[in-house]
Design a protein around this ligand. Structure first.
Ligand SMILES: Cc1cc2nc3c(=O)[nH]c(=O)nc-3n(C[C@H](O)[C@H](O)[C@H](O)COP(=O)(O)OP(=O)(O)OC[C@H]3O[C@@H](n4cnc5c(N)ncnc54)[C@H](O)[C@@H]3O)c2cc1C
Length: 474
């Protein structure tokens, strides 16, 4: 008896969300059923996280609900812990703690990357990343809480640490998050007569000789000058060697106390995909895919025959393709730069992840209908980045627009790029409101302890920790 193929998408971020969305648009119910597995019930629009840090966008508005926008897809809240393609099953730990085994006919792996860390003493205990909504909110609240605390402290090391922010890593996430937080701090400090603006110290630490590798060296140098003009310090060719107890030590020998440390030093392969899957990965732990996003190489595509062992899977076998991947967890050949092997690969960014997700949906539809999949091909549209309210860059080939106009292009591009009209309208409405009413400068760090007031009944119970503002254990 004919059974509807089951498509399982592991990871509902950019590539996974777009793949599911476009499969829904293309496939009839009778052609396949689609399930998406992600520990988060939403797709995070990561390019807006820096504006969540800066308080220009409400945190909830960068979270695109999977259930609201994927109406025919089954949404499972859990994390894949291993993939066994030979038996076509995924082991998953659901958010309620259950371990389940999910079977499938076709797998789409779009689990993205994770924040890359190095064994720097003190970082794991003190730093925050900037890849998820909760981290962006914690960074913003961390700064605002520190301003409140510093206002009550006498001049000295504790006050200076509270007013010092350190970002480690100057790629997209680092530079944009740093610029936005700098902008927020300078706006907020005006409301604190107890704090002089020159008491704020912002350090951006980068191991290489430049910032924002996605833009030209000239624009990168302009970004450094622009941040320095606003009072920040940019440490190039420098690493953080220790951050124990919030005492930052740089490879240059400089040291300073910093209560807010944000780690944005790049991304690494998703460990589940790199280490707990039998699908082929390269030396960096990224899934090996063909230009049409089927997992495998031209010589060794992963097909139904994979169950018999990778060695038996030679030749073209479209129509039986059952493993696909896209986005930051895949090494996708960049046909706009190399037409044949050895390939160079698409850079891990949202621009590619979105388009790969759509191409993947089209190709699965084609193969299910007996047609050959088509290769993914996309020439970069350029780069946009925010450096804080009113300052940004846009670069496409030889054209570079910096400053206010660059920032306007950034906002225009990103609001058009966030999926669904419902999200575009919410984000744009927030910007318009802020234009007339200014930004909110209240820290809601207390939402982490919602029962405190109820349990204590207003009694003084615990002394707040100097670093986080959290209450120490009683
Ligand atoms: C702060 C910041 C700013 C950025 N700005 C830009 C920008 O301006 N322009 C640009 O082009 N790019 C930008 N990027 C990069 C861009 O956001 C990523 O390249 C893009 O999100 C990659 O999409 P993806 O689908 O591969 O992964 P993601 O969008 O990260 O999605 C991966 C999903 O998989 C889920 N997942 C992870 N592990 C598992 C598992 N084991 N089981 C199930 N699900 C799992 C995650 O919860 C997540 O939902 C930025 C990134 C950051 C962090």
């Amino acid at each position: 008896m004919f059974r509807t193929p089951q498509i399982l998408i592991v990871g509902g971020g950019y590539a996974g969300f777009y793949a599911a969305w476009h499969l829904e648009k293309r496939l009839k119910r009778s052609e396949a059923s689609v399930t998406i597995l992600d520990p988060r019930p939403y797709m995070t629009y990561q390019p807006f996280l820096p504006e969540v840090v800066g308080g220009s966008i409400e945190a909830r508005h960068v979270a695109v609900s999977l259930r609201r926008h994927l109406r025919r897809t089954t949404v499972l809240s859990g994390r894949a812990t291993s993939i066994d393609h030979a038996s076509k099953s995924v082991e998953a730990r659901m958010n309620d703690g259950r371990d389940v085994s999910l079977s499938y006919d076709i797998i789409v792996v779009t689990a993205g990357a994770v924040t890359r860390t190095f064994p720097v003493p003190g970082i794991a205990e003190t730093a925050l990343g900037l890849k998820h909504v909760e981290e962006a909110v914690a960074i913003r609240d961390g700064l605002l809480t520190a301003l409140d605390r510093a206002a009550d402290l006498p001049k000295g090391p504790a006050r200076s640490s509270a007013l010092t922010v350190t970002f480690v890593g100057a790629g997209y996430a680092g530079v944009e998050g740093f610029g936005e937080l700098l902008s927020l701090s300078q706006a907020a400090v005006k409301r604190y007569p107890e704090i002089e603006p020159h008491e704020l110290h912002f350090h951006l630490v980068e191991a290489s000789e430049r910032v924002l590798p996605e833009v030209s060296a000239k624009t990168g140098a302009w970004v450094v000058r622009s941040l320095e003009r606003r009072g920040a310090r940019v440490h190039l060719r420098t690493t953080v060697t220790s951050a124990v107890g919030g005492e930052v030590v740089l490879s240059s020998g400089e040291r300073f106390g910093s209560d807010l440390i944000v780690w944005t030093a790049g991304t690494a392969a998703n460990p589940t995909i790199a280490k707990r899957s039998d699908l082929p990965v390269n030396a960096r732990g990224l899934l090996i895919v063909r230009p049409d996003l089927r997992v495998g190489t031209d010589d060794h595509p992963v097909t139904d025959a994979w169950a018999m062992g990778p060695a038996s899977t030679t030749g073209d076998a479209w129509g039986r393709d059952d493993a696909w991947a896209a986005g930051d967890n895949a090494a996708v050949p960049d046909l706009s730069r190399t037409a044949s092997p050895p390939y160079v690969y698409t850079v891990p960014n949202a621009q590619h992840a979105v388009r790969q997700g759509k191409r993947l949906a089209r190709n699965i539809t084609r193969t299910l209908r007996g047609a050959a999949p088509r290769p993914y091909r996309h020439r970069s549209l350029g780069t946009v980045a925010t450096l804080g309210l009113g300052t940004g860059v846009f670069e496409a080939g030889p054209v570079a627009i910096r400053g206010f106009l660059g920032w306007l292009i950034h906002r225009g591009y990103q609001v058009l790029a966030i999926p669904t009209w419902e999200r575009k309208i919410r984000v744009a409405a927030g910007w318009i409101t802020a234009l007339f009413l200014g930004r909110d400068i209240v820290s809601l760090a207390s939402v982490q302890r919602p029962r405190q007031e109820f349990v204590s009944g207003g009694r003084l119970e615990a002394r707040p920790s100097s670093r986080t503002g959290d209450a120490d254990a009683a």
